[in-house]
Design a protein around this ligand. Structure first.
Ligand code: CA
Length: 216
């Protein structure tokens, strides 16, 4: 899953980006409104964390432009007690909002929820035959036995499972799982997919030659 954080407070931006990367997300960042708007429009993020008060262009304007173009899930960060902001945000097409200051755990829970809702899945547990994926705990079970995947393997499996039944191209996987700071050597998709098959089931992920990967 790849996220964009648009936030002009450097410390908060750093903290959020680091915490989200540590929990396995690929994270791009923008420190002002114009850069944030450009990135949100240009790339296909799984969710955008959008601060309201930003230099250059505020969060409302970014949300307006984004919604005119696509349905990327958006979590707005609003100032304390700004009830008007929350109403405005939800009316403007934000998927959820969070009032500053907030707990990281709550941010994580809301991000997971808006991504799941966007993918049309209300529950945090996905079952694929005898393989169960718990997106809340980021844990995978095979025939009720926990299987240890690397962060990368987990991210690939989760993305394919969320889009179950659809062929996902390698390009799309790259775009959603690797962020702007990562070196390409760690991005060997085939190696990760092989790892998932070996640890779980060889037929769990199907390769469609020339098209991409699929969880059926
Ligand atoms: Ca701000």
């Amino acid at each position: 899953m790849k996220l964009l954080i648009v936030e002009d407070e450097p410390r908060l931006l750093r903290t959020l980006a680091q915490a989200l990367r540590e929990s396995g997300y690929a994270v791009d960042t923008a420190a002002d409104g114009e850069e944030g708007c450009y990135k949100a429009m240009e790339a296909d993020y799984d969710a955008v964390i959008l601060d309201v008060m930003l230099p250059g262009m505020d969060g409302w304007e970014i949300l307006r432009r984004l919604r005119a173009a696509k349905a990327t899930p958006v979590l707005m960060l609003t100032a304390r007690d700004a009830t008007e902001d929350r109403v405005k945000g939800l009316d403007g097409g934000a998927d959820d909002y969070l009032v500053k200051p907030f707990e990281l755990d709550e941010l994580f829970a809301r991000i997971r929820a808006i991504i799941r809702r966007h993918a049309g899945r209300a529950h945090s547990l996905m079952q694929i035959g005898d393989v169960a994926i718990d997106t809340r705990a980021r844990r995978v079970l095979h025939a009720d036995t926990p299987v240890l995947l690397t962060a990368r393997e987990y991210a690939i499996l989760e993305y394919l499972a969320l889009h179950r039944g659809q062929v996902i191209s390698r390009t799309e996987l790259y775009e959603h799982l690797f962020d702007e700071n990562e070196d390409t050597l760690s991005n060997l998709l085939d190696v990760h997919v092989h790892g998932i098959r070996r640890k779980l089931r060889p037929d769990l992920i199907v390769t469609r030659r020339g098209e991409g990967y699929l969880v059926e």
